[in-house]
Design a protein around this ligand. Structure first.
Ligand code: NOJ
Length: 741
């Protein structure tokens, strides 16, 4: 059968079906709206934090002043509260229960930044699917995830929650997460609504300090910060959350241009916009609103539909409408967006969680998937003399505060994790290597511990062992919301501990579990091998132990650069070249006494850090090796609407099967606005057996090589380009091509 003749009519029939389902839903919403009082409408726009089946909350639901509750996660409580909304309010509109399910609900997966290191959308989608299944079984039908903020400053604690520094990688993985949460049908009781957050520009917080101001020229907003949100909107993300920060002086909760002109106008988005926690009210300390009344007026006018724990709408909208300051149409639109979410989730037909099938947590298949995720999310940065994988029968000294950190290995935003279900690296190594082959001496008790009391015991253990494995990093509380750091090296006495361990003269394997990209130059210098894992969740232990022993092969690649020193941040691969790119670098210790002002050359670098990161974006080793042949282009030029294909043969030249991530980068050599030195335009992860080759093919569309000008128009400019197909952003040889008129 001719596939086209089958697919086309089927697709047309499906879209006709969807259109009529949408029309039916919209007419139900119209009908409901026409019967709602102003008070009932405003109630739908109010989201409160839950505190169980408490009389005060029950009273508020009965009074019709609550549209959604966040943070109640017990199925029985959820059903009892829902029954009040359905049975004891005039119109019986169900509540929607929400929770921050950021990287797993009970079974915790690696933090999103860690998942980004997998460069594998299937891993991200599967993690989100499992999170949705677990969370929905507790009554949660709406998560505030994925976080799509591009973050290029590792000091910012929330870098943990996103997919790193690159708009393309973040877009692909963000869409995968949305699909995982929402499944094929949002009305399925095990689907949960995604929330693309924080709209927008939050990751550009000045100096990486959380909630700080941002200055983002609109063309940069459109080129760098908005693409992942556009991708999520196109993928059907049911909700958006606006961000805490201001952009160029306008807080997002009052940013009409962002919320209405771009999101609704240009992108045609019809989902729900929720404020961030109290962000409407926070326009007062921002200095944008004189009082809560004005904040409510500005927020609804800007296009915020639901007020999360801000009490602005519930306190002032009625009077604002009655006095004519806010139009009924704006309120109706917001209510329409809330009701649409509830219809899409199927809550009008099926408001209750199935208590007989509740609390589907920690299923064996979920734990297996979490283990595989840990394995794909850790990045092998260094492996001198093939220290890893560990040889059979070795005796290891397990050192460091993160070796047995049952709580901290789960990372930020793991509210619902159960510490006792975490399996630590120490436990897993004891299991895999045998307890008698593992000597444990933590050296320091927790990541910030400055005491060196435990050093002697740790050094003694190192001396008794064949290999030393140091599990270092950050406690969970050192990253995430409101947890920014200026110094992004290892906290406490951990740096000193590594230097001490090196004295044992044994191969030193340093394993990181962190919430951010860290500056690890000194640690890496004394380590023979470095395995960089972000907080990896419930199954951190088995996953990391499998990698260390060779039961699994590392395949993670960095989703951000790793700086040499804290002071280099913000640092990212897609930077501009400057008029004086670094060359002939003279570092601080090599400068002659009384050297002349210009003796170090006059180019763009730091005297104490040189130029560029310690490890580039996209970097990651394996236990095998890969060879990249020169890319072959289908043509050396294309028109502004054209495309070319780029094929590159990748061969496994080592002796183990392993997975590689082939990455496609492009540079526009000359632009009417300067273009970055490289931009990721495609990637593919695949496994190869020893000796096996694969032709990786990318389609490069000229339309994707444009950028925004000062007037916000998008242009694809003819001219010279270069491309690379490479294992990271600093490797490979460029191939030239052109876009012609
Ligand atoms: C504030 C955070 O910025 C946001 O990411 C989160 O979803 C909300 N609080 C709700 O907890």
């Amino acid at each position: 059968m001719n596939l086209k003749s089958f697919i086309l009519p089927a697709a047309l029939a499906l879209s006709a079906l969807c259109a009529s389902a949408d029309a039916a839903m919209e007419s139900k919403i119209d009908n409901l709206l026409s019967r709602m009082t102003l008070e009932e409408k405003i109630g739908q726009l109010n989201q409160l934090s839950g505190y169980g089946y408490a009389p005060a909350m029950v009273g508020q639901i009965k009074a019709g002043v609550v549209g959604s509750i966040l943070n109640d996660v017990d199925p029985v409580t959820v059903n009892k509260l829902q029954r009040v909304a359905v049975d004891s309010t005039r119109l019986g509109i169900p509540l929607v229960f929400a929770r921050d399910v950021i990287h797993g609900f009970k079974t915790i997966f690696p933090i999103p930044l860690g998942q980004a290191a997998s460069w594998n959308p299937a891993i991200v989608e599967q993690g989100a699917r499992i999170a949705a299944d677990e969370a929905s079984s507790a009554g949660v039908r709406w998560t505030f995830s994925p976080m799509l903020d591009i973050a290029r400053d590792a000091r910012w604690g929330r870098i943990a929650e996103g997919f790193g520094e690159d708009p393309y990688l973040t877009s692909v993985l963000g869409v995968a997460m949305v699909k995982g949460y929402q499944g094929d049908d949002l009305a399925n009781p095990s689907s949960i609504a995604a929330c693309a957050k924080h709209f927008a520009g939050y990751g550009a917080s000045e100096s990486g300090k959380d909630y700080n101001t941002t200055w983002i020229p609109e063309m940069q907003l459109r080129d760098v910060y908005l693409p992942p949100f556009k991708a999520a909107a196109d993928a059907g993300a049911a909700t958006f959350m606006c961000s805490f920060n201001d952009i160029n002086g306008v807080p997002s909760s009052g940013n009409r241009h962002l919320l209405r002109d771009i999101l609704r106008g240009e992108w045609g988005y019809d989902g729900l916009m929720v404020s961030d926690w109290g962000s409407i009210q926070q326009m007062i300390p921002h200095g944008f609103s004189a009082d809560l009344r004005q904040a409510a007026e500005q927020a609804i006018a800007a296009g915020v539909d639901m007020d999360m724990e801000g009490y602005a709408f519930i306190s002032h909208l009625k009077e604002l409408v009655e006095s004519g300051s806010v139009s009924m149409a704006d309120v109706d639109n917001a209510v329409r967006n809330v009701l649409r979410l509830k219809y899409r989730l199927g809550l009008f037909d099926n408001p209750y969680v199935d208590e007989a099938n509740a609390n589907r947590f920690f299923l064996p298949a979920s734990l297996d998937a979490a283990t595989r995720a840990v394995q794909e999310c850790a990045i092998l940065l260094k492996n001198d003399n093939n220290v890893l994988p560990l040889k059979k029968g070795v005796k290891v000294a397990v050192i460091g505060p993160m070796a047995d950190a049952r709580h901290d290995q789960n990372g930020t935003w793991s509210f619902d994790m159960e510490k006792d279900r975490s399996v630590t690296p120490l436990e897993s190594l004891r299991k895999l290597l045998g307890s008698k082959n593992v000597i444990y001496a933590p050296g320091v008790k927790y990541s910030r511990d400055r005491s060196t009391e435990g050093f002697a015991e740790a050094l003694d253990a190192a001396r008794q062992a064949d290999v030393v494995i140091a599990f270092v990093g950050e406690e969970a509380v050192l990253s995430g919301e409101a947890h920014s750091r200026v110094d992004i090296t290892l906290p406490g006495a951990q740096k000193e501990l590594l230097q001490e361990l090196a004295k044992a003269g044994k191969p030193l394997v340093t394993v990181y579990q962190t919430g951010r990209p860290m500056a690890i130059a000194q640690d890496a210098a004394v380590s023979d091998a470095v395995l960089y894992s972000y907080h990896a969740g419930t199954m951190a232990g088995p996953g990391l132990a499998n990698l260390l022993t060779g039961a699994a092969v590392p395949s993670g690649h960095l989703p951000t650069v790793l700086p040499r020193m804290s002071g280099q941040t913000p640092l990212y691969y897609a930077h501009k070249n400057t008029g004086r790119p670094a060359e002939g670098i003279t570092l601080i210790d090599d400068i002659d006494l009384e050297a002349g002002q210009t003796s170090t050359g006059c180019t763009s670098y730091f005297l104490d850090a040189g130029d560029g990161p310690l490890y580039p974006f996209g970097y990651g080793l394996s236990y095998t090796t890969f060879d990249y042949a020169a890319p072959v282009l289908s043509a050396s030029e294309m028109g502004p609407d054209g495309s070319i294909t780029v094929t590159c043969r990748v061969t496994n030249t080592g002796s183990r099967e392993g997975a590689e991530v082939a990455q496609l980068y492009v540079r526009d050599m000359v632009g009417s606005l300067i273009r970055p030195v490289k931009e990721l335009k495609g990637f593919e992860k695949f496994s190869l057996k020893p000796g096996e080759s694969r032709d990786v093919t990318f389609t490069l569309n000229a339309a994707d090589l444009g950028f925004h000008l000062l007037d916000n128009s998008y242009v694809v400019e003819p001219g010279d380009f270069q491309l690379w197909v490479a294992p990271n952003s600093a490797a490979g040889e460029p191939v030239a091509f052109k876009i012609v008129k």
